[in-house]
Design a protein around this ligand. Sequence first.
Ligand code: ZN
Length: 275
Amino acid sequence: MSAITPERLSLNTATVREQWDLAQCIEGCKRHGFGGIAPWRDKLQEMGVSKAAAAIREAGLSVSGLCRGGWFTDRGAVDQTVIDDNRRAVDEAAEIGADCLVMVVGGLAKDSRDLPAAWRMVEEGLAKTLEYGREVGMKIAIEPLHPMYAADRACVNTMRQALDICDRLGPGIGCAVDVYHVWWDFELEAQLERAGRERIMAFHICDWLVPTRDMLTDRGMMGDGVIDIPRLRGLAEANGFDGLNEVEIFSALDWWTRDADEVMETIVERARTVC
Ligand code: ZN
């Protein structure tokens, strides 16, 4: 397997979210030779969607995904507000030419212990968003999150669970595979094979630190943790994935405190040597 060259990298803007706004991220990607970018909606809206779309196009970057739609359980029901927000996310993804809209589906509803109810809401919300996604030609990518987030972020926690939903909902929906969330899963190899080229819609990289000091904001730079990234990338690519390697690192204690150009340089170096 060949090393990841910068043009095979995409910057998930969360990686430098404390240092750069979206315009700076776009410039930074260009400066460091990245092939793509994956904006978060807050940064996108802050810059203005059409202005951002033009800047991304001008910089020659592809868009490996828009983060994020979902949060279907937030209001205790999949009401019009939730659906409208997800339709807007689909439109934004289309406007910036994203490969897919990444879904963080939501955890338990507020003050609820009813996990099956959360699952039902999520599937209903995904079905409705997918319907609209098909209309405008935008792919919907469920990102299964590590089970430690089942209560507060996403109650879809494995590739198997995500693909079961995809099977029920049909074409146009697949998975965003983030090594941070799925590296521990003994079924991963089989489920990536099951997903196949059509349904592996994005591939996110970072590393799992031992010990992990914060559940949300202590992800590691590739090579600093325990994930065998080359093995997982090999599995994704063996099953047809040929998209960009999207670097997504939430790191309040380390990488968010550094100069963003140093972060970018480190990513390029680690992609070449340990991924
Ligand atoms: Zn991710």
